[in-house]
Design a protein around this ligand. Sequence first.
Ligand code: ADP
Ligand code: MG
Length: 331
Amino acid sequence: NEAKSKLPTYKGLEGYKLVEKMGDGAFSNVYKAIDLASGQKVAVKVVRKFELNSSQDGNKHLNPQFKKRPRVTERANILKEVSIMRGINHPSIVKLLQFFESEEHYFLVLELMEGGELFHQIVKLTYFSENLARHVILQVAEGIRYLHEDRGVVHRDIKPENLLFERVPIIPSSHPVQRQYDEEKEDEGEFVPGRGGGGIGRVKIADFGLSKIVWDSQTMTPCGTVGYTAPEIVKDERYSKSVDMWALGCVLYTLLCGFPPFYDESINVLTEKVARGYYTFLSPWWDDISASSKDLITHLLCVDPAQRYTIQEFLNHPWCKEAPAPLPPPT
Ligand code: ADP
Ligand code: MG
């Protein structure tokens, strides 16, 4: 197999057999792999050390080819990602199983998410029905609730590329796009709303590369007391959680219609649109989508972070509490 022969070997990763590449980013490659000691299927995120930095202090270097050396701050970043993930245990969050490093790489061994990115499912299906979108977004929201309220962690990079399906989702045959698929392929399964989502399966939050712990009276008790904390700190920490809520609004919007709320070919125009919170529920795509979901999105894509919904307000919104519509009678 050609794809397999292209897989690299990493010094320090001898305990794992790489099976296939699952994703790549600027600084990392993610592989499906087998832990040879246990036989367990896992994902391994390999982070290259020598590209993490822009070295000015080229005295010693790890990779002669690049003559670069990681700076202490960037090493600290990856260790922060690891330490945040280690403190986390929730069904909506990808688990970190192991962490180790070699001279040239950091290795994060993660729970394998065989179904891949939510992003790819949106592309495949064009858009999600409201029930399907609710099923997905509530799982993500439960993960965010746990991070914000139980752990004092802000993720800061919530987006469809960082939301992963545990296994390949079986899309409901009632989905308009799927209907066409079904005529060609055999029907693999039925989506049963209210029963753990039937075939669509679990969605989890990945990629804690940008996450940080915020000051939180419940999870962290810094040396000072609340009474001595400056207002800009209190406000800043409160508002930093709201970045995840904005992102959650963008994901929900995208799920429901198939395109993001803010887009422009020009980065300057796009930046201006985001800054002003300028988006619309574009006709005809949004015509048949419920007023309730629009109301919820409006409270998330709200420029003033003080007005924006918190995760608890999100979860209490009527749209989140709605039971999925009953299945149509069998034909
Ligand atoms: P980066 O910081 O480069 O964005 P990510 O942690 O987001 O790193 O991983 C990059 C991509 O690799 C993801 O978008 C996803 O496609 C894939 N990936 C990451 N973690 C897993 C996992 N546990 N299981 C399956 N695929 C994963
Ligand atoms: Mg990512």
